[in-house]
Design a protein around this ligand. Sequence first.
Ligand SMILES: Cc1cc2nc3c(=O)[nH]c(=O)nc-3n(C[C@H](O)[C@H](O)[C@H](O)COP(=O)(O)OP(=O)(O)OC[C@H]3O[C@@H](n4cnc5c(N)ncnc54)[C@H](O)[C@@H]3O)c2cc1C
Length: 411
Amino acid sequence: MSASAVHAGPRSLVVVGASLAGLRAVEAARKAGFTSRITLIGDEPRLPYDRPPLSKQMLAPDGPTDPVTFRGRAEFDELGVELLLGTPATGLDPDAKVVHAGGAEVPYDALVIATGAAACGLPGTEGLAGVHVLRTLDDARAVRRALDEGARTVVVGAGFIGSEVASAARKRGLPATVVEALPAPLVRSVGRELGAALSSLHTRNGTVLRCGQAVAAVEGADRIEGVRLTDGTVIGADLVVVGIGAMPRTEWLAGSGLPVDDGVVCDEFLGAGAPGVYAAGDVARWHNVLFDRSMRVEHWSAAAEQGARAARNAVAPEDLRPYSTVPYFWSDWYGSRIQFAGVAAEDGVEIVSGDPAGDHFVALYREGDRLTGVLTLNGQRHVMKYRRLIAQHARFDEAVAFARASATTAS
Ligand SMILES: Cc1cc2nc3c(=O)[nH]c(=O)nc-3n(C[C@H](O)[C@H](O)[C@H](O)COP(=O)(O)OP(=O)(O)OC[C@H]3O[C@@H](n4cnc5c(N)ncnc54)[C@H](O)[C@@H]3O)c2cc1C
């Protein structure tokens, strides 16, 4: 692409959401040769910081208390990015090409929406001390303080973030219970069979797992004292961490006319249905051509990649490229690493290496005769090989044969 082509394009880029996807968007726009004005708007009062450490390193007694930031203020200056932090965007007018933020109108030619997702709270616990979600630095600091004080911990929802909190509590020798409404943890992410397999990590590490139970009520006047389950059991608690999912932050787009359906609905180019408007990261639901389906994922690598692709498409609309990926995430529990790539279709799951009750396994998922997913526990050497096979539309039986051949070569 020639520099003149870039200059003939948009004259200003506005990015709303100053976290991973927003950061990668402004970086990619500059890398693509966009020299005009860039404004990054964020409602948090701080520089973009990394979220995965919030439920991992930052909960350890000797872990960092400051966030892991990606770039200092001077580096944003060098990039020529105007930062509007502590400034929530409150509206979007796609006809006038204006974002409303901090009581002002910010005009744009190209816009990337990267407002992420907000953790869902537990209804009825608003204002009750000791009950937290875990999404922001302030949340992580509050959870860490409670763990430092030796809190008896109850995690509501056996998802990845909640499970990491339970793991942090147990590493300190504190009592931890995970309450999950479904019959097994992680059913939606990895399927029922392997969700049950991963749950043994909890029980082997001393976390009490209560599946098939919902929270009927919480006990305590100003401060949490316990959690009552639907079977009547009461679990004493000083800290409750609610990990029951997240909602895309689209509330500020109300009235904009942008299509919203569990996320900003985007095409395969991350285009959000209005001229010059793109979306990226946890807030974006886009058409992933690799799986020929609409997806919204809350994964670090997708947020980073989508931020970059959305910005490149926004500043160089004459060179639109689709974003397609084999979704990938990792999670760390009790010193073990879980990695998943693809989608957890349940037409069939096969363990091709290790033992689901042990400390290492590799499992493959099929949809029809196609390989669609891979889950590994402490299988860092394997996961990317299968991710590549999924991207190449490999057949399931080919992948199983590949696994057997690899096992023979390794032994
Ligand atoms: C505790 C935790 C642990 C995680 N661990 C892992 C992991 O191990 N592996 C993995 O793959 N993924 C992990 N993730 C997920 C990963 O961090 C997210 O997918 C990623 O942060 C998404 O980036 P984003 O920029 O799309 O959204 P976000 O990080 O949510 O950022 C969106 C930003 O936009 C701001 N914003 C929202 N509305 C407005 C508005 N109206 N105006 C201005 N600003 C606004 C928000 O305040 C926020 O700063 C974890 C997430 C959390 C919370």
